[in-house]
Design a protein around this ligand. Structure first.
Ligand code: UT7
Length: 342
C-alpha cells in the first residue's frame, strides 16, 4: 500500500504586509571622499546621481541594522515576532561565514525555534528572498516571513578605489510577507550569468588571503570588493529591459498599470535608461533614493520603497515594478503592491 505524505495547505495569495528601514547615523557627502580618489562632487553626481551616502559605525552591525529595520516592518504589519515562521536575510557583506546572521537576528528579535537563513545573490538578493518568501507563504509552508536586505559594504571598500569607493554604502530594509485576499507579489523574473563573475567580485578569497599572510606577513593585502563599472553598466542597460518586461508579462500587467518603478539603486543613469526603454508613463513614480543613500546592494530596494512612501510620491497599495541586479551577474524582478510603513 502507498503511504500518502501530507502536503502543506496552500494559500492563494501573498503580499508585503509592512516595511521597515534603518539608515546608519553617519552621513558621508561626496566632499569627504573626492580627495582620496582624485574625483569631484560634480563627476560623482553626474556619473552616478550620488550626493551622499550613509556609512555604518562600529555598533551598526549587520545584525543591529537588520533588527532595527525588522522591528519597523513588524510594527507596520501589526505582527509580533512570535507570529513569524521564517527569517530570510539577503546580504553580501556579513564578514562571518557561519552561523547565518538570519538566525542571530531571529533570536535578537525574541523569536524561538524560528527557521532562518541567509541569501547571497548580490544586489539582486532582496528580490530573490522576496520571491522565496512569497512562494513559502503561497505553498502554506510559512504563514509570515520576514525578508531583510542589509549591507555594510563600507567594510569591503578599498577607500582609494575610484570605481567602488564612492558608490557603495550601508543600510537595511525589511518587509513582512504574509497571506492576502488579493495578490501582492507577482511571479519573479530572474536569472544569472556566471561567465561574468569578474564584473563584480571580492578580489581574493579567504584561502588565498590566508596563504598570502603566511607568505608575506604584514605585506599581505586583505580582500576588497572590485567592480568593472562599465561592464556592469553595459550589461544592465542592454539586458534588464527583457527581465522587466518578463516580470510585467508574468504578472499580467503593462507599464500603463504601474504606479511606481523601484529598480536597484545602482546608478541613476541606469534607472533613467530603463525608464526610457520601458516607456514608463510620466505619472509613474521612479525611485531615486541613490541621491542620498548611495548603492546599498541588497538593501537598496526596500530603502527606496521607504523613500517613495515617506516622500508621498507613492502610497500603500500602489502597483510597483521592482528589479534587483548586480554581482552574479544576477537579476530578479517582480510586480508588487507597496506596503504600509512603520
Ligand atoms: O550594484 C551593483 C551593480 N553596479 C552597477 O550597476 C554599477 C554600474 N556602473 C556604474 O555605475 C559606472 O560604470 C560608474 C559610475 C562606476 C563609472 O562611471 P562610467 O561612466 O562607467 O565611468 P568610466 O569607468 O567609463 O570612466 C570614464 C572616465 C575615465 O576617464 P577617461 O578615460 O574618459 O579620461 C575614468 O578615468 O572617468 C574617469 N573616472 C573618474 N573620474 C573621476 C573613473 N572613475 C572616476 C572617479 N572620479 N571616481
Amino acid at each position: 500500500m502507498t503511504i500518502d505524505i501530507a502536503t502543506a495547505v496552500p494559500v492563494r495569495h501573498a503580499a508585503i504586509l509592512g516595511l521597515g528601514s534603518y539608515r546608519p547615523r553617519r552621513v558621508v557627502p561626496n566632499a569627504a571622499i573626492v580627495d582620496r580618489i582624485d574625483s569631484s562632487d560634480e563627476w560623482i553626481k553626474t556619473r552616478s546621481g550620488i550626493e551622499a551616502r550613509h556609512w555604518a559605525e562600529a555598533d551598526e552591525t549587520i545584525v543591529a541594522m537588520s533588527t532595527a529595520a525588522a522591528r519597523g516592518a513588524l510594527k507596520a504589519a501589526e505582527l509580533a515576532p512570535d507570529q513569524i515562521d521564517l527569517v530570510i536575510l539577503a546580504t553580501s557583506s556579513q564578514m562571518v561565514l557561519g552561523p547565518s546572521a538570519g538566525a542571530i537576528i531571529a533570536t535578537e528579535l525574541g523569536m524561538q525555534d524560528t527557521a532562518a537563513f541567509d541569501v547571497s545573490a548580490g544586489c539582486a538578493g532582496f528580490c530573490y528572498a522576496l520571491a522565496n518568501a512569497a512562494n513559502q507563504v503561497r505553498a502554506g509552508q510559512a504563514r509570515h516571513v520576514l525578508v531583510i536586505g542589509t549591507e555594510r559594504l563600507s567594510d569591503l571598500l578599498d577607500q582609494s578605489d575610484r570605481t567602488c569607493a564612492f558608490i557603495f554604502a550601508d543600510g537595511s530594509g525589511a518587509v513582512v510577507v504574509g497571506p492576502s485576499d488579493v495578490e501582492g507579489i507577482g511571479p519573479v523574473s530572474w536569472g544569472s550569468d556566471g561567465s561574468q563573475t569578474s564584473a563584480i567580485k571580492q578580489d581574493k578569497d579567504f584561502a588565498q588571503y590566508f596563504a598570502e599572510v603566511e607568505e608575506l606577513g604584514s605585506d599581505s593585502v586583505r580582500p576588497y570588493i572590485r567592480m568593472n563599472g562599465s561592464a556592469v553598466f553595459r550589461w544592465a542597460v542592454t539586458n534588464l529591459e527583457k527581465g522587466c518586461r518578463n516580470a510585467l508579462d508574468l504578472a499580467g500587467v503593462t507599464v500603463d498599470d504601474l504606479d511606481a518603478f523601484v529598480p536597484h539603486q545602482a546608478n541613476s543613469r541606469i534607472t533613467d535608461a530603463l525608464a526610457r526603454v520601458l516607456g514608463l508613463p510620466d505619472r509613474v513614480a521612479v525611485a531615486r533614493d541613490i541621491t542620498t543613500t548611495g548603492n546599498t546592494s541588497a538593501a537598496s530596494i526596500p530603502l527606496a520603497m521607504e523613500q517613495l512612501l515617506r516622500s508621498g510620491q507613492s502610497k500603500p497599495g500602489d502597483v510597483a515594478l521592482v528589479l534587483g541586479f548586480g554581482a552574479g551577474l544576477a537579476y530578479a524582478g517582480q510586480v508588487v503592491r507597496l506596503p504600509k510603513t512603520a
